[in-house]
Design a protein around this ligand. Sequence first.
Ligand code: NAD
Length: 502
Amino acid sequence: MLASEVSSLLDHLGVSSDRRRGARAVRSPLTGETIAHVLDASPRHATETIAQAEAAFRRWREVPPPRRGELVRLLGQELRGAQDALGRLVTIEAGKIVPEGRGEVQEMIDICDFAVGLSRQLYGLTIASERPHHRMMEQWHPLGPTGIITSFNFPVAVWSWNAALALVCGNPVIWKPSEKTPLTALAVQALFERAAARAGDVPDGLSTVLIGGRDVGETLVSDPRVPLVSATGSTAMGREVGTQLARRFGRSILELGGNNGSIVCPSANLDLALRAIAFAAIGTAGQRCTTLRRLFVHDSIHDAFMAKLKRVYASVRIGDPIASDDVLVGPLIDATAFETMQRALDEARAHGAQVHGGERVDERQFPDAYYVRPTLVEMPAQTGPVLHETFAPILYVMKYTDLDAAIEQHNAVAHGLSSSIFSTDMREVERFLSATGSDCGIVNANIGPSGAEIGGAFGGEKETGGGREAGSDAWKAYMRRVTSTVNYGGDLPLAQGVRFDI
Ligand code: NAD
């Protein structure tokens, strides 16, 4: 039944029928059924695509940035027109609830708007020269074809964070989407092609999609014609990609896992904290890189707050998000995700945890889909599975008495993506945001760790990979920085007063 809806959506979004046949079966996590087939890129096709991107680069880098921005403006327009259809496809292919599927497309629209403005603001500095009649300046030039490898859980937005910026910076983009979500990628590519046809004079191969598994990703990573690869996914993937890129001196933007924490202080507005924590820990069925996974609650409010949290966890509506509007928790992506979750819960029990929830829901109705009750886990200490990212709705809760010790615990994990504190005491808030506070790339106060806006640079430290995408000056990673010195005098004074008289 979903297959016919998917077929209509793909028709509507302009995905041609020759891209919709092949050996790779695409399944929907909503029901587990096969919804389409697609063709994997052969190694030869991947290599040819890179050659085409290289040729496109030679033309695109000469197009003035605001003209490049015009293409991205048109892409944003296509996305606006397709928001409902593409958002629905995200829901069916990735399992997000309907507002989140639509919200993901909104994020694409937002970054297109940002990139259009940016296309007139690729600023370099002028720098004071120590030599008379000299001028120094910094220029930013296009870098070259940009590989974009993406994960299943943000099947379209992550591409747009990279692509909108890369395109205005003068780079072609080659996208290797998750093998679990190729249909949304093909739909976005079709929308891009519509925008390109409207813009006119866009080189072939400016934006392409290579469907396939990690082998296709590896082709992008190993090819020296791709100077930058932005890879989003697990830390295990990033460790391989980052190492391989470093070996050939390729650049990387790594957006990897997170094991995000929040601290709830005695002065916190507890109703606000409850809503924020519920969204951050339960939303997207715990399958966001920024999902809240570790919660430190002050001893003095712990029991009262836990009672409220347990009520929310017991009552939150789980199920097929297209069957009912009030569903807040959709399915896990697949059976492997469910098994990994159960293993983490067993491990937590072995470490003395009290586990509330975690069982499968609607199993009879959907034997091939994996709906689970979000799980609260009361941990005696930060040990075992708490130290790792499990990509599922598990929230480990621990008590604290001293804020310094809580911050130390908060930072004592391998990842460093997102974090937050709930407090109305400005000393506590500022301490958490300071250099001696959270060690993450994203540090919030009185909101949860998930749900970032595109205006800020997004990314994290340590095993999260260190990359930054989206807003602020993240665009600089997509460009080649040039320092130029111009002598407009008749003499040749050397820097540092060096004399070299011939
Ligand atoms: P994954 O690592 O299994 O796959 C991600 C992508 O990498 C896929 O396209 C896959 O085919 C490709 N890939 C895997 N190994 C590769 C290799 N050796 N060379 C080249 N490509 C390779 O991740 P997933 O299960 O799709 O996504 C979940 C993970 O992604 C979680 O850990 C989550 O925290 C992380 N994530 C991070 C961010 C972020 O911005 N930091 C955003 C979303 C998801």
